[in-house]
Design a protein around this ligand. Structure first.
Ligand code: IPM
Ligand code: MN
Length: 372
């Protein structure tokens, strides 16, 4: 298969983690005889520095001319504490999502058996957790009208949802549940918000079209607690833009590190694949960023194009790295020698030699073989 992939590595640790997923995709292309063409363009703070815009026209044009986008991360501290900044890196990503109609953001959350002890949560509570969060991505409070009065003493953000916006992601969530444990949990705040009451009404109606799928509801405050107390109760979580943003960061604690959580944003003709973590500017250039979320996002890209065998090889490679403790300091604080690049090299090697059964596997693949 030939795929044109736009690479928007962005700010902070974005470029270094994205480099590892490109290595993984190139290895897959070689092993399975695909042609993946990568073209890079600036986005976020780095694009503001270069062009004044967080999403330059050329970057958007490249994305529109591609089959998929591999996205790194955006954000820079110089904007975070400046509420009056006229342009912000995040606007680049938000505009891209809107322009490309990426209304569904899928965020898988898994407790890997090999990492159970890395989570601050109790092993018996999290073992076996496997959740797919369906976060609405182009509506709600993120995109509603924003206002501030002249005096700067009053501001508001409108949380607006239309029936159609709710319907289209709800169908995707129910379809996903059919291939999983057949349960959808709608997370909302219907005891307070009118927009949430519309979500409940529409999701309940659509639920009748999927009689094999159990539907339940949780208020977001309770859901935040249940996610930590008993995450195994969840299968597909369906929710709006803001609640999805918050609970997915929270859910990353189950897996042991936010550096493991991948995502796919779909809905339009072109999908965007990105780790859920931010730009972690303090970690940039130090080789400590975990590339696994980006690599798993590349796996979701492959899955999106129906390349199932290729996608599952990526998952195998990641699981092997986790099993052998070939991980960055977020998961493996003692071992500072295992850098972002090293993890990427190991995964690349595994993808090129998946049948390697050498007992000295770990050492060889880390370039520390004692066998000469
Ligand atoms: C995410 C990020 C973005 C969001 C930011 C960078 C705009 O936090 O993808 O979760 O809030 O959606
Ligand atoms: Mn977020």
């Amino acid at each position: 298969m030939k795929l044109n992939i736009a690479v928007l590595a962005g700010d902070g640790i974005g470029p270094e983690v994205t480099q590892q997923s490109i290595k993984a995709l190139k290895a897959i292309a070689l092993t399975f005889d695909h042609e993946f063409v990568f073209r890079s363009a600036p986005v976020g703070a780095i694009a503001i520095d270069k062009t004044g815009s967080p999403l330059p026209d050329e970057t958007l044009a490249l994305c529109k001319a591609s089959d998929a986008i591999l996205f790194g991360s955006i954000g820079d501290p110089k904007y975070d504490n400046d509420p009056s900044a006229p342009v912000r890196p995040e606007q680049g990503l938000l505009k891209l999502r809107k322009e490309l109609g990426l209304f569904a953001n899928i965020r898988p959350v898994k407790a890997y058996d090999t990492l159970l002890d890395k989570s601050p949560l109790k092993v018996e509570n999290i073992k076996g957790t496997d959740i797919s969060i369906y976060r609405e991505l182009t509506g709600g409070i993120y995109f509603g009208e924003k206002k501030q009065n002249k005096e700067g003493t009053e501001a508001s953000d409108l949380c607006l949802y239309t029936r159609e916006e709710i319907e289209r992601i709800t169908h995707l969530a129910f379809k996903a549940a059919l291939g999983r444990k057949k349960k959808v949990t709608l997370v909302d705040k219907a005891n307070v918000l009118e927009s949430s009451r519309l979500w409940r009404k529409v999701v309940t109606e659509i639920g009748t079209e999927y009689p094999d799928v159990e539907l339940d509801f949780l208020f977001v405050d309770n859901a935040a607690m249940q996610l930590i107390l008993n995450p195994k109760q969840f299968d597909v979580i369906l929710t709006g833009n803001m609640f999805g943003d918050i609970i997915s960061d929270e859910a990353s604690v189950i897996g042991g590190s936010i550096g493991l959580l991948a995502s796919a944003s779909i809905g339009g003709d072109i999908g965007l694949f990105e780790p859920i973590h931010g730009s972690f500017p303090q970690g940039a250039g130090k080789g400590i960023a975990n590339p696994i979320a980006s690599i798993l996002s590349a796996g979701m890209l492959l899955e999106h194009f129906g390349l199932h065998e290729e996608a599952s090889l990526i998952t195998d490679a990641v699981e092997k790295a986790l099993e052998l403790d070939i991980t960055t300091p977020d998961l493996n604080p003692g071992n500072v020698n295992i850098t972002t690049d090293r993890v990427g090299d190991f995964i690349e090697d595994y993808l090129l030699n998946p049948d390697d059964s050498n007992l000295n596997f770990t050492n060889i693949h880390l370039g520390q073989s004692t066998i000469i």
